[in-house]
Design a protein around this ligand. Structure first.
Ligand code: GLA
Ligand code: ZN
Length: 677
């Protein structure tokens, strides 16, 4: 499904800030952007101060001019509401818009993304602005999407938030007794008698460092509350806009694996998911791919928008290396390969001052079309025109699901023990990377997603088993599915209270084991195990478990230490399916070998024969099936096609069995022919 019926190609463009420039420059921009085959601009991202110079006054003159100019020049618009940075007068008059940080420090005016989400003044004026913008520009038929605020994020620990938190808790728990039970406040004499004794969990109260809390229950609830508070700001603006322009999709730019916001919940309120992809050059293709898949996954598998990426360089990294020639194009197609229906940049013209003056842009400080970056942008623009509407709305097809859940993320990493090195995303990436190297597409699913269409579910570190999720897994496996989970799973419920009676709690019957103890290994310490005749390391956390089920096979055992001989990998036949347990972290070679075996057993095949450096995915829609082949290496690769097809980028025709030659960093998008010519 397409996110908008106004688009007939992968839209191409991005953040454009003409308000930072004298008008003479605008015409030059229009010319250069058109020459670069750019067709969409994101406007008005940070113009609140200009539009509302005082509490009573609104002035749209400049934005009117910009809106007319881009429309007259044939550009589509992604229109932002500007509420990502509040004006200075507001901070002075209503100090409650200013955030209080984790340390307890009250902020002054400055920076951006800086408003307290529970500030009455912020909510009132942000919604009012959104409403006014919608009212004013509702008849511009080139508005493709609304872009609310910008990169929502961060946290606030102010008094407004504290009061709102108590109300949120009251609604959730009903009585203070229920809250005391859920947080196990009998520990360290924390019993609350009245709601107003509850304070926010930060450095002034429960935390000894950002990620370490003395009371996980309150920390977990605060994280949920903060995510919902920011979501409420998004929803209020969105609802105001939707009353006026119900047919224009509403989005906000997310940030991939961003820990502070439960994007799975956010996506429910977004018409189309969009996100900003800023990998470092050294990030693995798998890491970037996994972020795209997460963004597709939170939206239930629908295509998403790539709202921002840098055409060349960022400014906020410690070392801002240039994207090498061809990488911008490659990473743009990688986004499309995983479900993006837009390719957009931050930013169109490089600003003259402020911290982003060295951030990459389509138009550089030189102001010409004679730059490497401009030429690369232009060349890609031309290709996207050629591809046209073919891939729009296309979805991914796979039988492999990878579980990811924000509550689980928060709970694992707020934990005091067993290991400070235990990072949820790392273990998720280990499994993802293995599938990625095998060219097996993956859907990232959350606790509420239906598992019916999958034959494999991998849930690394399923520490928190939410009520009912064990039943979902039980049914999935009974019906014939393959389930894989790891060390430190099934430990707690959704309040982070331990599920008593032995680990892995409610997963015990499915996995057929009892985990008695967990041994955290320092980074330099390793155990070992043999799997299928090869030896692999056991690292980080080693579960010490006992087989319990008669249908259990122990596939590997520890080789060292007092627990030598205890299981590392187990497989339990359960109903028509099977459940695997991997008791420790291992290395890349293990994950790849293990996943390769698991996938063949589950009947999941590679999209195309794996090769070093090659990434392959398939998307399909009513126009056909599209095989994306991406060469992340600098060497030439050859890929033999299992079906005949035509390359949407070059127009080249291929017979079945013929080889696509991909130069270093090159991409092919093969529209497959069904008749196996
Ligand atoms: C984010 C923001 C943009 C810009 C870029 C720079 O993605 O949304 O406004 O600051 O970072 O990388
Ligand atoms: Zn606040």
């Amino acid at each position: 499904m397409r996110y908008s019926n106004k688009v007939n190609k992968i839209v191409y463009g991005g953040d454009y800030n003409p308000e930072q420039w004298p008008e003479e420059v605008w015409q030059e921009d229009m010319k250069l952007l058109k020459e670069a085959h750019i067709d969409i601009v994101t406007l008005n991202v940070f113009s609140w101060a200009a539009i509302q110079p005082s509490e009573e006054e609104y002035d749209f003159t400049k934005l009117d001019k910009i809106m007319d100019m881009v429309r007259d020049n044939g550009f589509q618009v992604c229109l932002a509401t500007s509420t990502g940075a509040h004006p200075a007068w507001m901070a002075k008059k209503y100090p409650d818009v200013l955030r209080t940080e984790f340390s307890g420090m009250k902020r002054k005016f400055g920076g951006r993304h800086n408003s307290c989400p529970n500030s009455p003044a912020y909510r009132k004026y942000s919604v009012r602005l959104a409403e006014k913008l919608a009212e004013r520009y509702k008849d511009y038929d080139n508005i493709v999407a609304w872009h609310i605020s910008n990169e929502y994020g961060g946290e606030c620990y102010c008094e407004n938030c504290e009061k709102a938190f108590r109300i949120w808790l009251k609604k959730k728990y009903g009585t203070i007794e229920a809250l005391n039970r859920a947080w196990n406040t009998a520990f360290w004499g924390h019993t609350f008698y009245e709601w107003d004794e509850i304070v926010l969990p930060n450095l002034l109260s429960e935390h000894f460092e950002y990620d370490r809390s003395r009371f996980q229950g309150i920390t977990l609830d605060y994280k949920r509350f903060n995510s919902e508070s920011l979501l409420e700001c998004f929803r209020l603006e969105s609802e105001a806009i939707k009353k006026i322009t119900p047919d224009i999709p509403v989005t906000t730019n997310l940030m991939g694996f961003y820990k502070m916001l439960d994007y799975k919940m956010w996506a429910k309120y977004m018409d189309v998911v969009s996100w900003d992809n800023y990998p470092a050059n050294e990030d693995s293709p798998a890491m970037i791919a996994m972020s795209h898949d997460l963004m597709r996954g939170i939206g239930g598998g629908k295509p998403f928008l790539l709202m921002e990426q840098t055409p060349s360089v960022a400014n906020w990294m410690p070392y801002n290396a240039l994207k090498r020639p061809g990488v911008m194009r490659l990473w743009s197609y990688q986004a499309a390969a995983h479900g993006a229906d837009s390719i957009m940049f931050f930013q169109m013209r490089r600003s003259v001052g402020g911290c982003e003056k060295f951030h990459g842009a389509v138009i550089d400080h030189a102001g010409t079309n004679q730059t490497r970056v401009y030429r690369e942008v232009q060349a890609l623009g031309k290709e996207l025109e050629r591809i046209g509407a073919e891939t729009l709305g296309a979805v991914t097809e796979t039988k492999a699901a990878l579980y990811f859940d924000w509550d689980n993320w928060w709970a694992i990493e707020s934990s005091s023990g067993p290991s400070c090195e235990l990072k949820y995303k790392d273990e998720v990436l280990n499994y993802y990377e293995a599938l990625h190297s095998l060219n097996i597409p993956v859907d990232i699913v959350g606790p509420e997603d239906d598992l019916g269409k999958y034959s494999l579910l991998i849930a690394p570190i399923l520490y928190m088993t939410k009520p009912g999720y064990d039943d979902k897994i039980r049914k999935f496996v009974s019906d014939g599915g393959t389930f894989v989970t790891t060390f430190f799973s099934g430990i707690v419920d959704d309040h982070d209270l331990v599920i008593l009676g032995g680990y892995p709690g409610r997963l015990r019957d499915i996995l057929g084991i009892w985990v008695e103890e967990e041994d955290a290994l320092a980074p330099e310490v390793e155990n070992r195990f043999v799997y299928n005749g090869k030896q692999y390391p056991a690292r980080l956390l080693c579960d010490l478990s006992h087989p319990e089920s008669s249908a259990l096979s122990v596939l590997s055992r520890y080789e060292e230490d007092f627990y030598a001989g205890m299981p590392v990998i187990t497989k339990n036949e359960f109903g028509k399916g099977r459940a695997y347990y991997v008791a420790a972290r291992s290395d890349k070679a293990f994950y790849r070998d293990f996943m390769s075996d698991i996938c063949s057993e589950a009947g999941i095949a590679s999209v195309t024969e794996p090769q070093e450096g090659l990434e392959a995915t398939v998307r399909f829609n009513e126009n056909g099936r599209f095989l994306f082949l991406l060469n992340h290496s600098d060497n030439e690769l050859e890929v033999a096609l299992e079906k005949a097809g035509v390359d949407l980028i070059t127009g080249g025709e291929y017979k079945r069995g013929e080889k696509v030659i991909l130069k270093g960093k090159d991409t092919a998008i093969i529209k497959q022919k069904d008749d196996l010519e």
